[in-house]
Design a protein around this ligand. Structure first.
Ligand code: ATP
Length: 224
């Protein structure tokens, strides 16, 4: 399997999202080629990103000249210019890029990007809004959607689960929710998450991480 962390990545569109992504990848030691059609944007980032170019990504020749077809991972981080985003992803698909990621700004935009060849589409603002809604309205300390219908939550354990082993609680069989990790309040301020097992006994004050289908997790989070 290719080592994802060291494979170089092309980031097209260096707005807030693309810039943050490109800089984070660089900080993690991944080689990045940044592309943006705006000269000022490129000039402002030239010191921080070694490999950066001014180009219009809707021009297939420009992509070829920059060597984009040789990359495995390409991210199209153009958002509000939907036409440019769709054209770019279509061209990346025509060039046979094996791992195309794209940012969408709406569900319809996401569907079109998937149809023209994006392998993964992210909707950062929508996803963050959804996550915040879950955290604000419930007992959840955090919420991460891992797939359309599957998520991970961080919360305090429901009262019914305290004082018995996870196997005894039967929570996995009854609710199809799996508690994967626990952080012990009793262990003090330096406590870390550790893997949960069938014989783990939860205590008041613990923090747990659970995974499962979204509707099941919602029911689980409402347990007393
Ligand atoms: P963000 O929220 O991340 O700031 P945004 O959703 O507002 O971004 P846009 O403004 O559409 O996204 O685009 C982000 C960047 O993409 C901009 O810096 C813009 O110059 C660049 N961009 C737009 N069209 C093209 C294109 N055809 N080729 C290359 N870069 C482009």
């Amino acid at each position: 399997m290719a080592d994802r962390t060291t494979d170089p990545v092309v980031v097209i569109g260096l707005g807030r999202f693309g810039r943050a992504l490109a800089l984070q990848l660089t900080e993690q030691g991944t080689e990045v080629l940044g592309i943006d059609s705006n000269e000022k944007t490129v000039a402002a980032l030239a010191n921080q990103l070694g490999n950066i170019a001014v180009a219009d990504s809707t021009d297939i020749e420009a992509l070829r000249q920059l060597g984009v077809p040789d990359f495995r991972h390409v991210v199209c981080a153009i958002g509000s210019d939907i036409q440019a985003s769709i054209l770019t992803v279509g061209l990346l698909s025509d060039l046979g890029i094996p791992d195309i990621w794209a940012k969408a700004i709406s569900q319809q935009h996401r569907d079109i990007l998937a149809r023209v060849g994006a392998h993964h589409v992210v909707l950062p603002e929508h996803d963050m809004g959804e996550r915040l809604a879950h955290v604000l309205t419930g007992r959840l300390l955090d919420y991460v959607e891992l797939d359309d219908d599957f998520a991970m939550i961080k919360m305090k354990p429901p009262r019914d689960l305290v004082g018995i082993t996870l196997s005894e609680s039967g929570i996995q069989a009854q609710m199809n929710v799996t508690i994967v990790a626990v952080k012990r309040e009793a262990a003090g301020p330096g406590a870390r998450f550790e893997a949960a097992h069938g014989d783990t006994v939860l205590m008041y004050g613990d923090t747990i991480v659970a995974v499962g289908p979204v509707p099941n997790l919602e029911r689980f989070a409402e347990m007393e």
